[in-house]
Design a protein around this ligand. Structure first.
Ligand code: SAM
Ligand SMILES: COc1cc(O)c(CC=C(C)C)c(O)c1C(=O)/C=C/c1ccc(O)cc1
Length: 348
């Protein structure tokens, strides 16, 4: 006999409805990302920040600060209402001077991470890059075998290259401050290379904290070409699959998760060749523990892992066991994992 797995109309109880709600909310999860992007592009976090730390503004007051008449005031009100449900903005009802109730919006602990002006710890560039059409497009091709070769692609799109580099720099600003607070072994180094260091933001923070270290920022030519000059840092262009510059230690932040084990092994062997006998590789990446279902960061780390499926040819977020296998296979006899209280950072 054929069994029916789905629900029939008569057995849709509250549990079945709860399940249906999960599916609807997941279908419309993109509405949250897109509303967030719209709010950033309209500069709403900065408009609220400029009004003062505890200020709340009505949608009309926010609308008056927008440089153009778009979007319509009614659209803006609905976007703000939606984001208040998501706790991106606070929403309070107040009586205006005519005794009419109106909704006021303010920054929350979430939207404070989106303020750009005078804010070193800002996730807005990351949000705009991840939600850009160029970044979203590969998600539509995950079921097909022909994959994007993203780094080459970025080199042909200068605007996207800038967007990507800015996003990485902004996010790095957040994670490197956590790393510097909780990992003190940089002080023992005289030379350090950041392999795949982007435009050099991470190493600029390290050299600022440890001015005696001679630092090299190493990346592909189209990235190094747009990197700003940083006192104490030499920019070197090259391909980490060919060779990497020599130093006491080689750091790689968000590099290993872009590549499969075979390519990571190639990079790690190039690092090994470039290091002195007691040299160190410092990897800053996540350690995935999907069994930790109650850890609030597990969902995010699993999302990063899917990002790697969509955007790379074989990149992945690794579990402890996968890290162990990779490092041993690459020829490292010992390693140590340091847990850093940050969303993604974990130097090894
Ligand atoms: C995900 S980004 C990480 C950037 C930076 N480490 C950070 O954490 O902000 C990966 C970086 O690897 C660089 N990259 C990719 N392929 C490379 C190669 N073959 N040689 C050197 N760098 C490479 C990219 O240009 C990019 O800057
Ligand atoms: C490979 O793409 C990425 C690698 C990364 O390490 C990050 C940063 C890590 C996390 C947020 C976990 C990325 O954000 C990306 C991308 O988002 C890449 C996007 C992309 C690059 C070039 C393209 O031609 C399309 C998309």
């Amino acid at each position: 006999m054929e069994s029916v797995i789905g629900f029939s109309v008569s057995d849709i109880d509250e549990y079945a409805l709860e399940g249906q709600l999960i599916i609807w909310n997941t279908i419309f999860a993109f509405a949250s990302s897109m509303a967030l992007k719209i709010a950033i592009l309209l500069d709403i976090p900065d408009i609220l920040a400029r009004a003062g730390p505890e200020a709340t503004l009505s949608s009309e007051q926010i609308s008056a600060e927008l440089p153009s008449k778009e979007p319509k005031a009614d659209y803006l009100k609905r976007i703000l209402r939606f984001l208040a449900v998501k706790k991106i903005y606070s929403e309070t009802a107040v009586e205006n001077s005519f005794g009419v109730k109106e909704w006021r919006y303010g920054l929350t602990n979430a939207s404070k991470w989106l303020v750009k002006e005078n804010n070193d710890l800002c996730l807005a560039p990351m949000a705009v890059m991840e939600l850009d059409k160029v970044t979203q497009a590969p998600w539509h091709h995950v079921t097909k075998s022909q994959r994007y070769r993203h780094w080459n692609y970025a080199s042909k799109l200068p605007d996207f290259n800038n967007l990507f580099n800015e996003a990485m720099a902004a996010a790095s600003n957040i994670s490197i401050s956590a790393v510097l607070r909780h990992y003190d072994r940089f002080k023992d180094l005289s030379t350090l290379v950041d392999v795949g260091g982007g435009v050099g933001l991470t190493i600029s923070k390290i050299v600022a904290a440890h001015p005696d270290i001679k630092c090299i920022n190493f990346d592909l030519p189209h990235v190094v070409a747009v990197a700003p000059s940083i006192p104490g840092v030499e920019h070197v262009e090259g391909d980490m699959f060919q060779s990497v510059p020599s130093a006491d230690a080689i750091m790689m932040k968000w590099i290993m998760h872009d590549w499969d084990d075979e390519r990571c092994t190639k990079i790690l062997r190039n690092c090994y060749r470039a290091l002195p006998e007691k040299g160190k590789v410092i990897i800053i990446d996540a350690v995935l523990d999907p069994s930790e279902k109650t850890d609030p960061y597990t969902f995010l780390r699993c999302s990063f892992d899917l990002n790697m499926i969509a955007l790379t040819n074989g990149g992945l977020e690794r579990t402890r066991e996968e890290w162990h296998n990779l490092l041993i296979q690459a020829g490292f006899q010992s390693y140590k994992i340091f847990k850093i209280p940050n969303l993604q950072s974990l130097p090894m």
